[in-house]
Design a protein around this ligand. Structure first.
Ligand SMILES: Cc1ncc(COP(=O)(O)O)c(C=O)c1O
Length: 378
């Protein structure tokens, strides 16, 4: 198998698997005062300190969640619940993951005003347009650090400056950025940020929300876990695996960033040379090292994926959330691609297990399949 779908999920790191296994034996409830509870509490506190250190946060700023979607919902709903009546509007970029964009649209239907800031052809948000969307009626603005489909890195420092100048708190989705590019919440300029384990070699179903010290966030009501901010018994094995993977991914990042960028560039150049009428999305913008979104004119991406899968190459069309769905990727449409172009777009994403041999094999296998699909499916 040649696995080129790391933006959807990347294989768990052996150390993270070991950490999950070990934590399964720590059966106590961290809220219990007896020794079994204390052992679990120690594990939880240790994981919290490691996650915090990996992203430049203080341990007390980390709220463990079941992943990015829950973290985003907690951040958005928890902010709105504390916002005064005249300050209810949300501002989000047009390329946010559905965990932000779908929730914002659902809230809009329930009466929360929403402004969606467009991106340009490269997938970048203009800081002036972002600033123009902000105002005293805005409860929260949201931007991702890097896009899951195109890999485009958004100008978060500039967007954060605009938000700060206008007194608007900023939520940043760093899901695809952590472990791939430098992420330090102290310099991000946001008040809230979130990540999820399966994107950097941790388990799925475990994530974290960073809440800047002193930020007023309303809780999920229930138990008093996570300092009363996220009720529910903690997923200790998931959290232990998350911490182990994050530490490794962040530690390996400087070398991996270069190694993976070189492999992606080789894949990109090879495909552009071998496949006529191919175009890279996000070209001209700063991009994550391992993501390649490529539009193959006249080639049905779903059919191509099936053909690739039969040859052992795993990739995705648009994002995983869109595979199997009939609607084209909203992110690609936001970049100005036509529906036909969006449906002819392949996402190849590399990760910590990717080797040069895999890239060479993909370069041998994929171009003839593109030609076959172009010929057979019109
Ligand atoms: C940029 C981004 N944000 C959020 C998510 C959602 O993560 P989770 O499935 O852990 O909630 C993903 C996962 O695909 C993502 O790529």
């Amino acid at each position: 198998m040649i696995y080129l779908d790391h933006n959807a999920i990347t294989p768990m790191r052996p150390e993270a698997i070991a950490a999950v296994r070990a934590a399964l034996d720590v059966f106590g409830n961290p809220s219990s005062v007896h020794q079994a509870g204390r052992a679990a509490r120690d594990l939880l506190d240790g994981a919290r300190a490691r996650v915090a250190a990996a992203i430049g946060a203080a341990p007390g700023e980390i709220v463990f969640t079941s992943g990015a979607t829950e973290a985003a919902a907690l951040a958005i709903r928890g902010t709105l619940a504390r916002s005064p009546a005249g300050r209810r509007r949300l501002v989000v970029t047009a390329v946010e993951h559905p965990c932000v964009l779908s929730l914002a649209r659902a809230l809009e239907r329930e009466g929360t005003p929403l402004t969606v800031v467009p991106v340009d052809r490269r997938g970048l948000v203009d800081p002036d347009a972002f600033a123009a969307a902000l105002g005293p009626d805005v409860a929260l603005a949201a931007t991702m650090r890097a896009n899951n489909e195109t890999g485009v890195i958004l100008p978060v420092p500039e967007l954060a400056r605009a938000a700060r100048e206008r007194g608007v708190p900023l939520l940043c989705d760093v899901v695809q950025a952590v472990g791939k590019i430098a992420v330090d919440v102290r310099t991000l300029g946001a008040e809230l940020a979130f990540l999820t384990g399966q994107k950097f070699g941790g388990p799925r179903g475990a994530g974290a929300l960073w809440v800047a010290n002193g930020y007023p966030l309303a809780p999920i009501f229930g138990g008093e876990q996570e300092r009363g901010r996220r009720a529910g018994t903690e997923n200790l094995p998931g959290i232990a695996g998350l911490a182990a993977a994050l530490e490794l991914a962040v530690g390996a990042r400087p070398a991996e960033e270069q190694r993976i960028a070189a492999l992606r560039d080789r894949l990109e150049e090879g495909l552009l040379a071998a496949v006529p009428r191919a175009r890279v999305n996000g070209a001209g913008a700063p991009r994550l090292p391992g993501t390649l979104s490529i539009t193959l004119e006249g080639c049905d991406a779903e059919a191509l994926l099936i053909a690739m899968d039969l040859e052992g190459v795993c990739a995705s069309a648009g994002s995983a959330c869109h595979s199997g769905s009939t609607s084209p990727s909203g992110v690609l449409l936001a970049l100005g691609l036509s529906e036909a172009e969006a449906r002819s777009t392949l996402r190849l994403s590399l990760g910590w297990t990717t080797t040069a041999d895999e890239i060479e094999a993909a370069l041998r296998l994929v171009p003839p399949l593109v030609e076959r699909v172009r010929r057979e499916i019109r």
